[in-house]
Each structure stands twice: as structure tokens, then as C-alpha cells.
Design a protein around this ligand. Structure first.
Ligand code: AMP
Length: 280
């Protein structure tokens, strides 16, 4: 496995693979890797000739500086893990490599997705995500790129951006990997104390409950019920939305196939995100 830190070394690696017409699969990450990331890498390994993973904690997508400063970093462990998954190259750039003074993101409007859920509650977040993914796509030139559905809205934002710029990249959404007890794997889970780790399970439990209640309650009544449950819990709910998976319209009276419940809640100061398809 090659560890690449500079854009010029990455360009040399990629152009050699492109000249041989190899299919490049790309998994962008912020490190502190777990089996959720691993599942994306494994899928890329199955579907592509060359697998490139990036580890870059992108400062422009953090709207909360404490969250950025406390973001877990476990590079040595990450590299060992990626080598065990037969990754071909890991791109580990510094901020200057990703954003040299000459870099300019072409004009792009995220649109409606920037006004709801993650867009609404994390101003500037998706702008940063689009910027880094655009830049990394330009450098890695993948044929396929893998993203986790745990960040359900992010997948839609990236798909839209790829379509808008006509990039020849297939965006592949991958299912959420959970701990044995159901907690969605997340790098931020590393920051949870033992007690908080137990409290965090509430999110998965309420998503399951939501799924069980779809036959009895309308989407809007279900949302209200969930809000009440969180109000009585030790978690601080940032939002719960029940949405149409294609349009992201908030559902009120009627259920649609694929309806998704999206939840963000804080355990202490740690922000956790999860979602579940309620109507299969
Ligand atoms: P991050 O390092 O948090 O930026 O995540 C990198 C990629 O891994 C993103 O596409 C995430 O959606 C995905 N990911 C994170 N957690 C999980 C998980 N538990 N299951 C599947 N994919 C995940």
C-alpha cells in the first residue's frame, strides 16, 4: 500500500493507472476508521481494479470549531487497517495540498438541500463537503466513489454536484454498519464515555420504534411522538425529520415507499447522526 502525501505524487500514481485503463474506486474519509469505512473499502475492492482512500479532516466542513479540534485522529491504526483491506493507495494530504492558493471552487449552488436538516443546522457544512469532494474527485479521477448512507443527505448533495458538473463518476451509496447492539458506527463514538455509549443507543431504539409505529401513526404524529420521547430522555434532540427519500420533502399525512426518519441528537457535547428507512 502506497502512502501519498502530495498532490504531485498522487497525480503520478493516478496517471499511471489511468494509462493502463484501470477502474479506480475512491473512498473519501476523515480517518479514525471503523468497520463502517471498512465496508466501503471492501465494496470498492470487489468492484474496482485500484482502491484509493483519502484521510483528510477537512476544516471547511466544520461549522463548530470545538468539533474540529476534538475530531479523533488515529493515523497509524488507520494505515494498518487499510493495508489489511488491500488498499492500493492512501492519500494523506495537509491543508495546503488540498487548498493551495491557486485552488478555486467553481460556482455551485447546493439549493434546497442546504436549507433543511444538516444544511439548516450546520450552516456552511455542505459547502465545505462539496468543496473537498470536488477537489478530491479532480485529483483522484475515480470511476466509482463510495459514500455511506449514514450521511443520507450528504449522498444526495454529492450526487447532485456530480451530475451538475457532469463528472464521469458513479456515486455508490453503501448501507450503514452498526455495532452489535445497533449503534451506528461513527468516528465520534470514540469520544463517548462508557455511560454515554449506553445513552447513545437510544437513537437506534427510537428509530426502531418509529419503524414499528408507521402502521398506527401518520408521519407528523410520529415525529411529535419522537420529539416527546427525546424531551424525556438524557439526549438533546437537534432534529427529527421524516422525509421522502427522493425529494427530501417532509412527510405529514401520507407515507411513501422508502420514507426515511433522520435523527440528530447530542449525547453530552457529542453530535450523533443516524437514520432508518421506515417503509421498505
Ligand atoms: P467520515 O470519515 O465520517 O467522513 O466518513 C467517511 C465515509 O464513511 C462517509 O461516506 C460516511 O458516510 C461513511 N460512513 C461513516 N460511518 C459509516 C457507517 N457506520 N456505515 C457505513 N458508512 C459509514
Amino acid at each position: 500500500m502506497k502512502t501519498i502525501q502530495t498532490v504531485s505524487d498522487l497525480e503520478a500514481f493516478i496517471s499511471e493507472k489511468k494509462n493502463s485503463n484501470l477502474v479506480i474506486g475512491f473512498v473519501p474519509t476523515m480517518g479514525a476508521l471503523h468497520q463502517g469505512h471498512g465496508s466501503l473499502v471492501e465494496r470498492a475492492r470487489l468492484e474496482c481494479d485500484v482502491v484509493v482512500v483519502s484521510i483528510f479532516v477537512n476544516p471547511t466542513q466544520f461549522n463548530n470549531s470545538a468539533d474540529f479540534e476534538k475530531y479523533p485522529i488515529t493515523v497509524e491504526k488507520d494505515l494498518t487497517y487499510l493495508a489489511s483491506l488491500q488498499v492500493d493507495a492512501v492519500f494523506l494530504p495537509n491543508v495546503k495540498e488540498v487548498y493551495p492558493d491557486t485552488f478555486q471552487m467553481p460556482a455551485y449552488e447546493i439549493g434546497n438541500l442546504d436549507t433543511l436538516m444538516e444544511g439548516k443546522h450546520r450552516p456552511g457544512h455542505f459547502k465545505g463537503v462539496v468543496q473537498v469532494v470536488y477537489r478530491l474527485f479532480d485529483l483522484v479521477k475515480p470511476n466509482k466513489a463510495y459514500f455511506g448512507l449514514k450521511d443520507f443527505q450528504q449522498v444526495a448533495v454529492i450526487k447532485n454536484m456530480t451530475t451538475y458538473f457532469n463528472l464521469p463518476i458513479e456515486i455508490i451509496p453503501c448501507t450503514t454498519i452498526r455495532e452489535k447492539d445497533g449503534l451506528a458506527m461513527s468516528s465520534r463514538n470514540l469520544r463517548l464515555s462508557e455511560g454515554q455509549r449506553f445513552e447513545a443507543l437510544f437513537i437506534y431504539q427510537t428509530l426502531n420504534l418509529a419503524k414499528a409505529l408507521t402502521e398506527k401513526l401518520s408521519p407528523i404524529a410520529l415525529k411529535k411522538q419522537l420529539e416527546e420521547l427525546y424531551a424525556a430522555s438524557s439526549l438533546r434532540l437537534e432534529y427529527v425529520e421524516i422525509i421522502d427519500p427522493l425529494t427530501f420533502e417532509v412527510l405529514t399525512d401520507k407515507w411513501v415507499k422508502g420514507a426515511v426518519a433522520c435523527i440528530v441528537a447530542y449525547v453530552g457535547e457529542i453530535r450523533l447522526i443516524d437514520n432508518m428507512v421506515l417503509i421498505d
